[in-house]
Design a protein around this ligand. Structure first.
Ligand code: ZN
Length: 402
């Protein structure tokens, strides 16, 4: 099956200048040709879409989601209550929401019972529809540490090493560790240091030995530095970056995944929305710091990739455009926000050879929006066409005249 999309303004996802009146030829699951519409090859027998007035960009990548949660006010309660089948059904519904919102790749940063790992296979084989999934499996955390209710507890470098090996054996595509406490686990403070540097180093060594990326949930300053010194690839949240932490991150090309909307939604919806008091209290004390930290990261030129922490209270799947709008509000140029959700995200996830930019030979993951995201990032919240691997999942373009 061949599809030709013509007359779009093309953003390649690598931060280059927009290409006006561009065409993209999709052959089966790949991009076969890109260039000016006037020079487009024949697509005889194929499907031709007129994208006049639309902007074409790579399908978006959300680097931080929790597929088994859907934004319920009480996440902790939902995880404890859900049976495996219910959590799985929730995840299937969330995948569909994300895909319809233009997200063609997600990274699941922690789900119980290997659900996300198994669903990745279900998407790959076409059993269900969704973005392609990279899954961490269970998070690795200290005894009683953040996320222990969806995680594997381990203490000391040897146990941590073994836990990481077990996750890899179980099919994890990448490793997620907890370097600090967090907002959504009762009894732990978000900025408290969790794993020690030696524990994190053992985890990073094991992940890297097997060719996998490792992400650290890290909110407090000491935890962020421990993670960076240990060689972790991405700092998730990163609310307390300082100059020293940024220097470490720059030196080793570590990426920040700021998840700005996660805390905002908790603060905005509060106890009146049904969020437990202990969660709101922690979020309120952290909000403000995430802005400062993010602004410092942007100024320094630190690598930034987009992730929403979808699944946390009032943070449903499909709201990646909101996160990008927040990044722009906090000072990231819109073109860099697009890069954060496309090529920079793909690079962090280790899939830049396949997705994250519009280039010949790559997977045909495409998104069409009815406006210029560089002047109004908000247009990304209303995709008009979503294609993943050459297949169209949403199409609101006007039908061609007969
Ligand atoms: Zn998370």
């Amino acid at each position: 099956m061949v599809t030709l999309i013509r007359h779009a303004t093309l953003l390649d996802g690598r931060g280059g200048e927009p290409l006006p009146d561009a065409a993209v030829l999709v052959d089966e699951e790949r991009i076969a040709w890109i260039g000016p519409s006037a020079a487009a090859p024949s697509s005889e027998g194929g499907h031709v879409l007129d994208a006049s007035g639309h902007w074409l960009l790579p399908g978006l990548i959300n680097c931080h989601v929790h597929l088994c949660n859907d934004g319920a006010a009480d996440l902790f309660g939902q995880v404890l209550e859900d049976s495996v089948p219910i959590a799985t059904v929730r995840a299937v519904r969330n995948l569909r929401l994300a895909l319809e919102a233009g997200v063609t790749t997600v990274r699941d940063c922690g789900a119980a019972n290997q659900i996300a790992i198994e669903l990745a296979k279900a998407v790959d084989t076409g059993l269900i529809e969704g973005p392609r999934i990279l899954a961490a499996g269970r998070v690795v955390t200290m005894t009683g540490g953040h996320g222990h209710f969806i995680g594997r507890e381990a203490d000391g470098p040897d146990e941590v090493r073994k836990a990481v090996r077990a996750e890899i054996k179980g099919g994890a595509h990448f490793i997620k560790v907890m370097a600090t406490g967090g907002v959504l686990t009762p009894g732990v403070d978000p900025s408290q240091t969790a794993f020690q540097e030696e524990e994190l180093r053992a985890a990073a060594e094991e992940a890297h030995k097997s060719g996998r990326v490792i992400a650290a949930h890290a909110i407090g300053n000491q935890g962020i530095k421990n993670a960076l010194r240990a060689g972790i690839d991405s700092i998730e949240h990163g609310f307390y970056l300082d100059e020293e932490a940024i220097e470490l991150a720059l030196k080793q090309n570590a990426t920040m995944v700021p998840t700005l909307i996660a805390v905002d939604q908790i603060v905005r919806n509060g106890p009146q929305g049904g969020i437990p008091d202990w969660v709101v209290r922690k979020a309120v004390s952290e909000s403000g710091h995430h802005r400062e930290s993010f602004v410092a990261a942007v100024r320094s030129g630190m690598r930034i990739a987009a992730g929403t922490d979808a699944g946390t209270p009032f943070n449903p799947h499909g709201d990646l455009a909101l996160e990008l709008a927040k990044m722009v509000e906090f000072g990231l140029p819109p073109s860099a926000a697009v890069v954060a959700a496309t090529s920079a995200a793909a690079r962090l996830l280790g899939v830049a050879d396949r997705v994250g930019s519009l280039e010949v030979g790559k997977q045909a993951d495409l998104l069409l929006v009815a406006g210029d995201p560089l002047t109004d990032i908000g247009v990304l919240s209303q995709p008009r066409l979503v294609m993943r691997a050459g297949r169209i999942y949403r199409n609101e373009l006007a039908a061609p005249a007969a």
